[in-house]
Design a protein. Structure first.
Length: 204
């Protein structure tokens, strides 16, 4: 049975994400309780704000070693959204250098574009490789973004899709059971809802 969980670290409004997941699965929990994490199958980490701010909230609300065991060893499916994707990295350079979760090797840097930052609004995904999370989603489909920093992947094969905002940056990444999206699927209408459904359909 699919048992989704939104990690409630007090980072942004999770109502839109909650409503979409509940349309697909009534077993949803919103919690940081270790028993709820233990019993979940698919974990969502939405992030709003700065890299260090989200990392502090994770440390405050979660036992990071327990979370790492569940994700890296027990291989629960994990989806990081926006800053929730960025903190999957080894470190981020927003307001100084800060250590991340090190789930996917790389760093987070300010986007080196001549375009206005933050990057806010609709932009398209250029699909680089086939992945179940993109089932039924066409190349160049638009999703909703709001960010000034992007993930600099060490292993480029983990880039499933990228987006151009003066420069190209990874907008969807994947390593084994771990996924990250730079955009907000919960604000991306039909395409975002489809991506969330695809994530929930991932099986070991």
């Amino acid at each position: 049975m699919i048992k989704p969980l939104i990690l409630n670290i007090d980072s942004g409004n999770i109502l839109s994400l909650k409503n979409i997941i509940l349309k697909k699965n009534s077993e949803l929990k919103i919690s940081c309780d270790e028993n709820d994490i233990e019993n979940s199958t698919h974990i969502f980490l939405p992030g709003v704000g700065s890299y260090p701010d989200v990392m502090e909230k994770i440390k405050k609300n979660l036992d990071i070693n327990f979370l790492k065991k569940k994700i890296l060893k027990d291989r629960l499916f994990f989806l990081g959204i926006c800053v929730g994707m960025q903190i999957l990295s080894n470190y981020g350079n927003e307001n100084g250098e800060h250590k991340g979760l090190s789930f996917i090797d790389g760093s987070v840097e300010k986007i080196s574009t001549k375009n206005i930052l933050p990057h806010v609004g609709w932009n398209s995904l250029k699909i680089k490789s086939n992945n179940q999370i993109l089932n039924g989603i066409r190349d160049n489909t638009d999703f909703y973004f709001t960010h000034s920093y992007s993930f600099n992947l060490k292993n480029k094969s983990q880039e499933i899709a990228n987006t151009n905002y003066g420069v190209e940056f990874p907008s969807l990444i994947n390593k084994d059971n771990i996924y990250g999206v730079q955009f907000h699927p919960e604000k991306s209408q039909i395409a975002g809802e489809k991506l969330i459904e695809n994530f929930l359909n991932l099986k070991k």
